[in-house]
Design a protein around this ligand. Sequence first.
Ligand SMILES: Nc1ncnc2c1ncn2[C@@H]1O[C@H](COP(=O)(O)OP(=O)(O)OP(=O)(O)O)[C@@H](O)[C@H]1O
Ligand SMILES: O=P(O)(O)OC[C@H]1O[C@](O)(CO)[C@@H](O)[C@@H]1O
Ligand SMILES: [Mg+2]
Length: 466
Amino acid sequence: MASSASSDEISKRKIVNGPGDYVLEDVPHLSDYIPDLPTYPNPLQDHPAYSVVKQYFVHVDDSVPQKVVVHKDGPRGIHFRRAGARQKVYFQPDDVHACIVTCGGLCPGLNTVVREIVCGLYHMYGVKKVLGIDGGYMGFYAKNTVCLDPKVVNVIHKRGGTILGTSRGGHDTSKIVDSIQDRGINQVYIIGGDGTQRGAALIFEEIRRRGLKVSVAGIPKTIDNDIPVIDKSFGFDTAVEEAQRAINAAHVEAESFENCIGLVKVMGRYSGFIAMYATLASRDVDCCLIPESPFYLEGPGGLFEYIEKRLKEDGHMVVVIAEGAGQELLSESMQSMTDASGNKLLQDVGLWLSQRIKDYFSKERKMPINLKYIDPTYMIRAIPSNASDNVYCTLLAQSAVHGAMAGYTGFTSGLVNGRHTYIPFNRIIEKQNKVVITDRMWARLLSSTNQPSFLSAKDVEPSTPL
Ligand SMILES: Nc1ncnc2c1ncn2[C@@H]1O[C@H](COP(=O)(O)OP(=O)(O)OP(=O)(O)O)[C@@H](O)[C@H]1O
Ligand SMILES: O=P(O)(O)OC[C@H]1O[C@](O)(CO)[C@@H](O)[C@@H]1O
Ligand SMILES: [Mg+2]
């Protein structure tokens, strides 16, 4: 395969073209900017568990296609480097000084990833120096660190949250890289969402500019599933499962009272995946509202009309709303306020909607209703990960360790079409993953709830009073 990347673009995009319009969006490697780096045989070749595996080491030319559905005569398209152990490593175990940091909001599975990075480094590669950075990015320069070993992390996967602590804001690239350099750290594992991966890309750039032999590996964390390219983020399944409990409760309440609406608010700042999947899984939901699909309340085709119809037909209904839905309908007082990381601060759309529904039915329709509002937002993300997420976290962590040991850097470890890959930071941070309301999945949801599609009021026939 001939590389078409020019050297000054190496940190931005490392594109390799091949026959049949094959494109590899490759990740940076320490040898891109440090010449004559020595390599060592991978210690896993003598490991009793792995040495018996046929073809345990990933071939250097293995890659994973971004799209698995292709037209017969179409191009082979974009590929990512396949994750996994390499025959040669660029670090000797005794020379490795790794650190792990967790940033952004909580997500089920954070502790599992931390555990498996530590155990992977120890048990697979014999690395003994692993540091936990306390409290997110700012912990690099403003807080203490903690020494991590398999004993310290042994049972942490059974706990929610992150034993390292986390934070928003406080990303100061040069202070962070100074701290990495001063401490002699040469592998940095950064677990976090889209904002965190943006910060990780800056750290990588600065490390490369300084010519340091330091691998920077990202592990994507987002309960909202808003990171692009990857199949789904760890903890997402756990979150959807937990959301079911709230939806079940809302349904039980709604069924038990006359004209009762169970309203559940779930997380999802810009992306409504939790709401959509929880709705699809539950089958008890009559209406799902997400940030990507604008809705309106009054008039034909509006939410109030639909609620009245459901109550008249069934005597109850369940509504699931993602926290970022309908924000444009709420007052503009907080529209420009942001958190420490620059994320838009949201108003409580669940409380607002509850009040609007109550007012409408009591004042305008003179129709007595019951409304039970359930807000399980933090309960959904503060729990430990379920069994399948635990396995997923383990593989993500091990992939990151293999990648860093093999000298790759500036990458995020991610699942693409069911295979583990190394994805360059630029692909992870260039946009957010969102529910596409013209895709099949949203159509499935609409057909399962029978809710209106909430095309804008002006697209609907001129209004006639209810
Ligand atoms: N554009 C950016 N450049 C550098 N650092 C950033 C950037 N955006 C966010 N960060 C840093 O990344 C960390 C986490 O960011 P943020 O609070 O947005 O959470 P996140 O990683 O997106 O996770 P989530 O949104 O899923 O909770 C913060 O310390 C923040 O300062
Ligand atoms: O209250 P915090 O910690 O800022 O977290 C809330 C945000 O975190 C997220 O779960 C993303 O991690 C968003 O859905 C939500 O808006
Ligand atoms: Mg984010």
